[in-house]
Write a protein that binds this ligand. Sequence first.
Ligand code: AHZ
Length: 307
Amino acid sequence: TSTITRETAPISLKTFNVPNTDSKVAKATAAVYDWDTFKFEPIRESQVSRAMTRRYFKDLDTYAESDIVIVGAGSSGLTAAYILARARPDLKIAIIEANVAVGGGCFLGGQLFSSMVLRKPADQFIRELGIEYEEEDNFIVVKHAALFITKLCSKVLELPNVKLFNATCVEDLITRPTDDGKVRVAGVVTNWTLVSMHHDDQSCMDPNTINAKIIISCTGHDGPMGAFCVKRLVSQGYIQRNQMGCLDMNRAEDAIVKGTREVFPGLIVAGMELSECDSSNRMGPTFGAMVLSGVKAAEEALNIYET
Ligand code: AHZ
């Protein structure tokens, strides 16, 4: 191993002379950095590699046996993670997200419009996160959907009992026979998303696995991706597929929240994925149900843990 000695003192306000200037910008930056003498601390490339890979492999080891796996880091999945991880700091929660970026359909409010609408009473959760909003009668508006999802995600990632594996795809479910002759979901089969995308033109690259007592699937409605766990269970004849109904905001949001449940032993489904097994309506760009479905999924998981 190689060691690089730290020769410079840690950066502090006292390390640098603050030049006397009237420029507001210069004042703001010069308070911390003197660009004339500025220099990064030295580094060896292998230090960067080791800093990342050591932690990642430790996480793979730690979370190979998780308590709860959440599939999909959109608005419903991240809300479920936030509630669960805070309620039970003793549980290990792995979030698997196929995309590089988190957020799913929540970086825009709808079409290419930025603000995000949430119907009441989901405003309570937005206050809990400390996000500012405007009130309009029966709903609230957050000025940018990305403000909501990035704030939620940063709060989730700060929690010590959560690991987000992004750019990682759930390719299959692990199932187990139960004592009463039935079957339950007992984990997920994962692969790098880039590998999953190339199964047709590369030789077989076998996947990896995570065991868990409970899986919460939040992969969104069917499309190029999405509804993954529901579709997999349907393919085995374990549950029946009932495709998402047409858009009806009023019916859709109540149905998704109330319907959030363990649809198959070991598998809770939340968010828009639920519409693919319940045939509930599409809701379009209103996100209250995604948030409260995440809350309900967390409660369902806690009930299973506590019984
Ligand atoms: O990348 C997906 C997205 O971030 C991820 N995902 C899908 N399949 C996956 C797999 N493995 C790992 N096999 C996977 N990750 O799941 C996330 C789903 O996020 P989403 O925002 O699509 O779902 P949601 O149910 O949380 O929110 C739905 C938001 C919608 S869609 C809609 C409409 O079409 O009317 N209305 C709302 C509010």
